[in-house]
Design a protein around this ligand. Structure first.
Ligand code: 3PY
Ligand code: MG
Length: 259
């Protein structure tokens, strides 16, 4: 049996240095393996807005895990089957979109954690292999080795963020600054560093810190990562696969042709 070489929980407990990961939208296990070997600490598969289906994700999670990196899955929706299935496939963390209330956060924990914290259904055969554990070991350790994040990205979620953060069993909050800024501007625009977005993100980071949760966010670029890191965010998506390709092509053309 292969043994998982990373300890995501321990790594995230070190809040002095942000954990940065790439964000995949394309359904390719080859590319997932390549991305996992780049000097960035993890890979997130976006099953909500990326073009990745669950059967693609199974092979991608294996490729990322085999490269010694944690596979993170942003699931399609806050639905217990989707959360359990991703963890059963060996995901080290799940990020659940649009968690808008305490009750919805409790449903996330119920799907992601085994009793006594939650009510996750048993059957993680692929996860046992990924972690190199016996089923009995996995049952003992899964609640701590797998991390679950509730996304805060609506006005309702922001209004309830202190209650959401206090739900036992959550490991972190994860801000979706695009949806959040659309909501806060009442549809006027997407602005990940507008004052209203950053003010809301300060409140979210405070709620996370008060409950010893990891504060995470989708950042997408170096400047935004630095801004969020200065506010206490320590788990950030920093590079989208298609953006990395575009930047590579643009840099090449600029270097060769000056355009
Ligand atoms: C958001 O910013 O709304 C996200 O969900 C991250 O992609
Ligand atoms: Mg979103």
């Amino acid at each position: 049996m292969a043994t998982q070489s990373f300890d995501l929980k321990a790594r995230l407990a070190n809040r002095n240095e942000p954990f940065l990961f790439s964000w995949m939208t394309m359904p390719s296990s080859h590319l997932a393996g390549q991305l996992a070997r780049l000097p960035i600490e993890g890979v997130c598969l976006d099953l909500q807005h990326g073009m990745i289906g669950f059967s693609d994700a199974v092979d991608m999670i294996a490729a990322i895990s085999n490269a010694g990196r944690p596979a993170i899955v942003r699931v399609l929706w806050n639905e217990p089957g989707l959360i359990g299935q991703s963890l059963d496939a060996g995901a080290a963390a799940v990020i659940v979109p649009m968690v808008n209330s305490k009750a919805q956060a409790e449903a996330v924990v119920k799907a992601a954690k085994y009793p006594p914290l939650g009510g996750r259904s048993w059957g993680g055969y692929t996860a046992f292999q990924t972690y190199g554990m016996s089923p009995a070991d996995y049952l003992q350790k899964a609640n701590t080795i797998t991390q679950v994040f509730a996304m805060i990205e609506t006005q309702a979620a922001l209004d309830a963020v202190e209650e959401i953060a206090a739900v036992p069993g959550l490991d972190g909050l994860f801000v979706g600054p695009s949806d959040l800024s659309i909501a806060l501007s009442k549809g006027a625009g997407i602005d990940k560093t507008a004052k209203h977005t950053l003010d809301a993100m300060k409140r979210i980071a405070t709620a996370a810190q008060k409950n010893n949760l990891v504060a995470g966010a989708f950042a997408g670029s170096a400047d935004v990562i630095k801004t969020y890191a200065a506010m206490g965010y320590t788990f950030m998506a920093g590079a989208v696969d298609v953006d990395l390709l575009q930047a590579g092509a643009e840099n090449l053309m600029k270097a060769v042709k000056g355009v």
